[in-house]
Design a protein around this ligand. Sequence first.
Ligand code: BGC
Length: 247
Amino acid sequence: MHILGIDVGGSGIKGALVDIETGQFASDRLRIDTPQPATPTAVIQTIQQIATHFAYQGPLGVGFPAVVLDGVLMSAANVDESWIGYPGQTAVAEATGCPTVLLNDADAAGLAEMRFGAGKNRGGVVMIFTLGTGIGSAMFVDGRLVPNLELGHLYLQNMRLDAEDFATDRVRKAEDLSWKQWGRRLNSYFQHIEGLFSPNTIIIGGGVSKKHEKFLKYIDVRAQVMPAQMLNRAGIVGAALAAEVKG
Ligand code: BGC
């Protein structure tokens, strides 16, 4: 079965048809710049444009960088504030005519890693982090998702800093940190996570995970730490997997 998965990000909205049996793309990947300001109307128009491009009718999965409770957006750390309280799932379904599942982007990436990537067949507590503009987080307990974990917003350094303002890839670039400097920041972040959640496995994703050999060596925790395998496919594939229930 092929399902359209869409990943809404701060700079781009990306979509592809996904073969949900294999986790591979069944079409090209289409990327459209995220409209600015990224208001609900503008973003939903872009989602509609992607569905039209693929002449798609069927279950639709959309990953979004916010807390999503029963299809309603509950936070907006890196998107327009007008999303808070907005019934995004119903609005996307009405605009596209597709039965839609809207979920957090890191939860989507986690679903893809657990089914097809680094988390495959892993039980216990598996935590997945996506390092990009923000820090996305997802947790699975014996394969079952605990949705809407927001661990990018843990306070670090005596509660002066949101973790995203200290350890994400955006900060590494903005502050021109060496891999070692950034790796040490990640280490303090993951040691804190370990103290709170005692995961068996930590999977690190996001674009920067391609360069994992440069920074994973600085992370010293009990948990098994491994790079994500789905790379930039994770968000789209996971969104499509989430929509399987509507098929
Ligand atoms: C948001 C999360 C999101 C993460 C990655 C954070 O700023 O609060 O909901 O998963 O960014 O996009």
